[in-house]
Design a protein around this ligand. Structure first.
Ligand SMILES: Cc1cc2nc3c(=O)[nH]c(=O)nc-3n(C[C@H](O)[C@H](O)[C@H](O)COP(=O)(O)OP(=O)(O)OC[C@H]3O[C@@H](n4cnc5c(N)ncnc54)[C@H](O)[C@@H]3O)c2cc1C
Length: 472
């Protein structure tokens, strides 16, 4: 393997082999551990190429030597897709050095970026051109566009702007054979055969390495205003969603659900954040309304919707942010739920989606089943209600050690995922499959669908060197 590493260094490490081809345990450690700290893999080396050409040459070398490749962006993925297994036979190929905004076309409303650009930097580049890049998630300071594309990330703007797939017009990909496919077309209409771009999006690095992308931009709203509504139940949250959609249409840019337990966790671990209400209510909904006219227009729409919600007996209480800072404060409550969960200890996570209309019935059906099987367990239920996406996480009963509770993982998954299947939902709404949910996927997808997926994988990556063991 020394010869293999020497050849890697000749390709990517010429400028600084210590920085760009890592093989010491200490230097590799951050690339081998998953974000939640649940798993640490092993690798031959971590490769950090500095150009698309270096990526292609490294992939050709790995294909020749039959060395598996694990592509990695910000390593914020939540399903063990971006870390290698424990065998130590793979290389991690980090895209972090491919971090250039290549160009921005304000008239075409597109930005062309390297895959390793951090999401927040794309948002900032768009804002500097008075445009909006609407993908937004709590990991945006660390995750990369390549990772967002490879997981088809969702986040908080999906209701209005769609998933990462909807935001992408073109891709540049290094194939498992080390060829470069340049599909960096900024076209909104392009019906010229099979859509290769859509194959790579959401493929979690199993079909090739995304090295560049053309992403859509939107007019920046003049103002976005936010309200937090206290509600009696998830059913009331659905009624509020319908009401807000009817009144605000496409101006409704966010609609998030949070249970009382979620906000209690945030208050416990982040006491400096605002506490908008004097006492608890069973559920909360965060609404965001954006206007391309003015702040006054956005506030009028939001106040109108909330007024109607009170009249219809939907909301128990509400705060409407009257400034951008207050709006940020309300969003912080939502964004801190995953962090508060992590601070509270491990729990059993589910990132599920359902038809929006079934969500309240799904919660009412599934929570009692969990209580029956695991008395006293605590549900951390929050999510992007407008997209039908719930993070339906199960924490141990009070006083029970978190680690000890994790032995129930498979049994808890079964209760939740069987209910998801019964309601016509998906066991992975936005985080992907990775290694974590591979067996669950095999259980819930039909043999026909799995065989079609296997056929695509075998056709594009016959040597099975691209992120093997992930998804399939
Ligand atoms: C606090 C927190 C909040 C989050 N919130 C959300 C959320 O709201 N919505 C959501 O969808 N996700 C969320 N995530 C999950 C995660 O941030 C996203 O999946 C993100 O898109 C991953 O980007 P990354 O650059 O970190 O990718 P990584 O974690 O490095 O990789 C993810 C997968 O993509 C592959 N990959 C990475 N880069 C490439 C590339 N260039 N070419 C080919 N394959 C590649 C990897 O092999 C892996 O399979 C959250 C994570 C955290 C930690």
């Amino acid at each position: 393997m020394t010869a293999f590493l020497d050849r890697c260094r000749a390709i990517a490490g010429a400028a600084d082999s210590l920085q760009y081809v890592l093989d010491s345990a200490a230097a590799m450690a951050p690339y081998l551990r998953d974000w939640r700290g649940r798993f640490t893999g092993n690798a031959l080396a971590v490769l950090r190429p500095g150009s698309v050409d270096e990526v292609a040459r490294l992939v050709r070398l790995c294909a020749e030597e039959r060395v598996p490749i694990v592509p990695q962006g910000g390593n914020t993925g939540l399903v063990l897709g971006s870390v290698p297994d424990a065998s130590g036979t793979a290389v991690v190929l980090s895209l972090a050095r491919l971090d250039r905004i290549r160009s921005l076309d304000a008239v075409n409303r597109t930005v062309t970026v390297d895959a390793g650009v951090i999401l927040q930097h794309v948002q900032e580049a768009a804002a500097a051109a008075d445009c909006l890049f609407p993908l937004s998630l709590a990991a945006e300071g660390s995750c990369t566009i390549g990772g967002n594309l490879s997981t088809n990330a969702g986040g908080t703007g999906v209701l209005r702007y769609g998933n990462t797939r909807e935001l992408c017009l073109g891709l540049e990909v290094v194939t498992p054979q080390g060829e470069i496919w340049s599909g960096l077309r900024g076209l909104r209409k392009d019906n010229t055969g099979y859509d290769l771009r859509d194959l790579y999006i959401g493929a979690e690095g199993t079909l090739g390495i995304i090295t560049g992308a053309v992403m859509k931009l939107y007019p920046a709203p003049k103002a976005s205003v936010t309200a937090l509504a206290a509600l009696p139940s998830p059913e009331h949250a659905l009624r509020l969603l319908s009401l807000a959609q009817d009144r605000a249409g496409a101006s409704l840019t966010g609609f998030e659900l949070m249970s009382a337990f979620c906000l209690a966790l945030v208050a416990k671990h982040f006491p400096a954040l605002p506490r908008p209400f004097a006492g608890p209510s069973p559920q909360y909904a965060l609404l965001e309304i954006s206007s391309n006219e003015s702040e006054a227009h956005a506030v009028a729409l939001l106040e109108g919707a909330m007024g109607a919600a009170f009249e219809a007996g939907i909301a128990l209480d509400a705060v409407v942010a009257t400034s951008v800072a207050q709006s940020r404060g309300l969003w912080h409550l939502r964004e801190h739920i995953p962090l508060a969960q992590a601070a509270d200890g491990k729990n059993i996570k589910h990132d599920i989606s359902l038809p929006v209309s079934s969500i309240a019935r799904f919660i009412a059906h599934t929570e009692p089943l969990l209580q029956q099987a695991f008395p006293g367990c605590q549900l951390v239920c929050f999510g992007h209600l407008g997209d039908g996406n719930l993070h339906f996480n199960v924490a141990p009963p009070q006083g029970i050690d978190n680690e000890a509770f994790l032995v129930n993982q498979a049994a808890v998954n079964r209760v939740v995922h069987d209910a998801v299947a019964a309601f016509g939902g998906s066991i992975s709404a936005e985080h992907g499959i990775g290694a974590l949910k591979r067996d669950e996927l095999a259980r819930y997808k039909s043999p026909v669908e799995l065989n079609l997926m296997r056929a695509i994988k075998a056709a594009l990556d016959p040597l099975n060197i691209m992120n093997p063991g992930k998804i399939l």
